[in-house]
Design a protein around this ligand. Structure first.
Ligand code: IPD
Ligand code: CA
Ligand code: CA
Length: 262
């Protein structure tokens, strides 16, 4: 029997709303528990863990047999063919500085394919949602990417890796990219960047070295809104990546990224 997606979206939205409320509540508290992960710039706080606990407990209560993959370590195999992919706080650096732009990201995969996505930004009170085949919305209203047709006038978002050597290469590639687009944005949360492509707030976004939880929900939202989303193949110097854009900009941007070694 096919699993109905609406109740899954409902659960994802309600858990994302609870987690987003927790982030908003704890935004201004003094930080005693900040640690670093892959590099000195890759931070994680007690709030990342608290948000994950809240979401994962909610899934386990409502759907104990589903699989789980979450950034801060929660995982479960599952036996239903469904898996929840969670970034409990995307944009930890923004969050820890009190800088708006962080969000909660929750996706549901069915047999390995994302079918539901929710990205909730508590500061801007924006909830992006999508169901595969059902379009994408912001706070319930349908969204679409920008009508940009020229790469030269495209506003392009990106993100930087946590390792210093990768950053050096990314900065070098930008010296080729920046003169050939309208401008670059580095907002600090991959999930929100993909939603920004989805609603036309930027014309395109690219980044390498993301984890699955960074992009699972946002990529579905961008695609369902009508943007094109493609994979950047890994190369000897860099891990794989994602590029998302309003349709006319995707191919020219891909070509520029290849030329710039991005
Ligand atoms: C990070 C953000 C950032 C991106 C990094 C991610 P985190 O996630 O999405 O925009 O550039 O690659 O790791 O660590 O804040 O959850
Ligand atoms: Ca993330
Ligand atoms: Ca995170």
């Amino acid at each position: 029997m096919a699993i109905a997606l609406d109740p899954l979206l409902g659960l994802a939205q309600s858990l994302a709303a609870d987690a987003a409320a927790l982030l908003a509540e704890r935004l201004d508290e003094p930080r005693s528990e900040v640690r670093t992960k892959s590099s000195p710039t890759d931070m994680v706080s007690e709030v990342d863990h608290a948000s994950e606990r809240l979401i994962v407990d909610g899934i386990r209560r409502a759907r104990p047999d589903d699989g789980i993959l979450s950034e801060e370590g929660a995982s479960a195999e599952g036996s239903t063919g469904l898996r929840w992919v969670i970034d409990p706080l995307d944009g930890t650096t923004d969050f820890l500085y009190g800088h708006p732009g962080f969000a909660v990201s929750i996706a549901v995969e069915r047999e390995g394919r994302t079918v539901v996505g929710v990205v909730h930004d508590p500061v801007h009170e924006e909830v992006f949602t999508a169901i595969r085949g059902g379009g994408a919305a912001r706070n319930g209203a349908s969204i679409a990417p920008s009508g940009a047709t020229e790469l030269a006038s495209a506003l392009v978002a990106t993100g930087f890796a946590y390792e210093p050597e990768r950053r050096r290469a990314q900065a070098r590639a930008l010296t080729e990219i920046l003169p050939r687009v309208r401008d670059i944005r580095r907002m600090g949360a991959a999930a929100v960047d993909l939603c920004s492509v989805a609603c036309g707030r930027v014309d395109a976004y690219f980044e390498r070295g993301l984890n699955h939880w960074d992009l699972a929900a946002g990529a579905l939202i961008a695609e369902e809104a009508g943007a094109l989303v493609a994979r950047l193949e890994p190369n000897p110097a860099a891990p794989d990546g994602i590029v998302a854009a309003t349709p006319a900009v995707l191919e020219p941007l891909r070509a520029l990224l290849a030329e710039a070694g991005a």
